[in-house]
Design a protein around this ligand. Structure first.
Ligand code: ADP
Ligand code: MG
Length: 489
């Protein structure tokens, strides 16, 4: 009997043709806009979510940061919304984002992908004047992109009706949880028609998000994209041991001078540190900018634009202000402080090593960072090699154990730090607004990620939220997601 020829068997995975955007059922007008943006291959989450959204299914999409979740709802929404009519005060769809920056980024994608469609959008975020947005709402919008706090304000003042909203997106759900927005989201969900379509996206699925999904989604399609093989060695990580917090500034300056820094993001745990550091670096002749939660939206955007344009090459930032911001081609990430939430470490260092380029991440570890770095190493499952300034090779030194160096009480941020100041009053919207409200200022009792120490149980929770392991879901066939090239060199 002749042997069975090779080509009679299944197509080997490696030879499987990658899916194209054109295969997903999107309209020609939309495909033209996608092509104009320079994309032809959907990321795995896009390939799986888009056809289901078009079929009006509820979706739970779980995939790490940088995997293209935005287009996985923006694209099908544009086609879904291209049929139907706008009505005054009643947005047809609603996208909830945890921060102003992310909301603005999604709005941007809507504008770009929607160029060939007649869709109206409104952006409702804290820190920018609402006059135009309220006018847009009055005229009727197809898509409302909002942060939960601002939306609740407007709703409570009767400026908006959610009864005509047939499609809801809850984006970055785990961030919403971290920022204390789940009760607001529950309230908002209850105001939308029960028959609506709901899409929920998140990098992780901690239990409160599962509960939220169980309550507000109906028969959702669950899409999870696994972390791809850890073969992407494009971020070299180091930790630099420093004797005290006070010594960090000099060590950082040495690193900035010693290493081949083209442009860098420097993360601090506190807003005051961001401010002070940016000032100090400028005094030392570095071209530094800053972005943190106390700045209003236009100022943050302006600063970000300066960094993107290369006018400043160093950006000092806090986690919340920088979350989700997509700056390409950062050569270095410095953790001036080790982040208190270990998953922030992954988000921070993901700003470098993008698109095949090699990046470097340095974490300064003072005794008060010992517990935090131990949690990071537990989450990432590896010991970050120690780097010594002055060209000596990395020494395999163990990280200080948390017990030895209990963070001093003084390490806690001052109270004023924890409750961000309210933004400027919005002039045009509501005459009788009791107090100007930002996403966070009215919710000072909630846990916050910017300037607040996590509760004791946090490391355990964060460790449970570690991304799924490779091998238990899909093969990665799209662009390499930015943050996933995590490795020690
Ligand atoms: P996430 O929400 O999962 O963190 P984003 O939607 O913000 O990720 O996308 C991350 C980056 O990937 C953005 O710069 C985006 O423009 C880019 N991107 C998205 N889809 C594709 C694609 N199909 N091909 C190439 N790049 C893409
Ligand atoms: Mg996103």
């Amino acid at each position: 009997m002749p042997p069975v020829s090779d080509d009679a068997g299944p197509v080997p995975l490696a030879l499987k043709k990658p899916m194209k955007f054109a295969d997903l059922g999107l309209s020609d007008e939309l495909l033209a806009a996608v092509t104009a943006k320079g994309y032809d291959t959907p990321t795995p989450i896009q390939a799986q979510a888009i056809p289901s959204v078009l079929m009006m299914r509820d979706i739970i999409g779980v995939a790490q940061t940088g995997t293209g979740k935005t287009a996985s709802f923006v694209l099908p929404m544009i086609d879904v919304l291209s049929h139907g009519r706008r009505r005054a005060l009643m947005p047809r769809s609603l996208i909830l984002e945890p921060t102003r920056e992310l909301a603005a980024q999604v709005a941007d994608e809507f504008t770009k992908y929607g160029v060939n469609h007649d869709l109206k959008m409104a952006l409702l975020i804290g820190g920018v004047q609402m006059g135009d947005q309220v006018k847009a709402l009055k005229d009727g919008v197809d898509v409302l992109i909002a942060t939960p706090g601002r939306l609740m304000d407007l709703f409570e003042r009767g400026k908006i009706l959610l009864t005509g909203c047939d499609l809801l997106v809850i984006d970055e759900a785990d961030r919403m949880l971290d920022m204390g927005f789940i009760p607001d989201i529950e309230t908002i969900c209850a105001k939308l028609p029960a028959t609506r379509q709901t899409l929920l996206f998140s990098a992780t699925m901690p239990p409160p998000i599962k509960k939220l999904a169980d309550k507000f989604l109906s028969n959702p399609k669950y899409i999870e994209v696994a972390r791809p093989a850890s073969a992407n060695l494009n971020i070299a990580q180091h930790k630099v041991m420093v004797s005290s917090s006070r010594a960090k500034r000099d060590v950082l300056i040495d690193l900035l001078r010693e290493d081949d820094v083209t442009n860098a993001m420097i993360f601090c745990n506190r807003k005051t540190t961001v401010r002070d550091l940016a000032k100090a670096l400028k005094q030392k002749g570095f071209s530094a900018g800053e972005i943190h939660g106390d700045m209003d939206q236009p100022a943050r955007i302006a600063e970000l634009d300066r960094f993107k344009a290369g006018t400043v090459t160093i950006l000092c930032c806090s986690d919340v202000a920088a979350r989700g911001i997509d700056v390409k081609g950062v050569s270095h990430v410095f953790n001036y402080d080790t982040p208190w939430h270990p998953d922030d470490y992954v988000h921070r260092i993901g700003r470098t090593g993008r698109a095949g380029a090699t990046g470097k991440a340095f974490t300064l570890v003072a005794p008060e960072d010992a517990e935090a770095i131990a949690n990071v190493e537990k989450l990432t499952g590896m010991q970050i090699p120690v780097y010594e300034i002055g060209g000596k090779s990395a020494k395999a030194e163990p990280a200080p154990t948390p017990r030895e160096d209990k963070p001093a009480r003084a390490a806690k941020p001052a109270r004023a730090e924890r409750a961000p100041r309210a933004a400027k009053p919005e002039l045009e919207v509501v005459e009788a607004a009791p107090e100007p409200v930002t996403e966070a200022s009215s919710r000072a009792d909630r846990p916050k990620r910017d300037g607040t120490k996590p509760p004791k149980s946090e490391p355990r929770r964060a460790a449970q939220r570690a991304p799924v392991e490779e091998g238990d879901a899909d093969v990665w066939n799209g662009p390499v997601p930015s943050f996933l090239g995590v490795s020690a060199l």
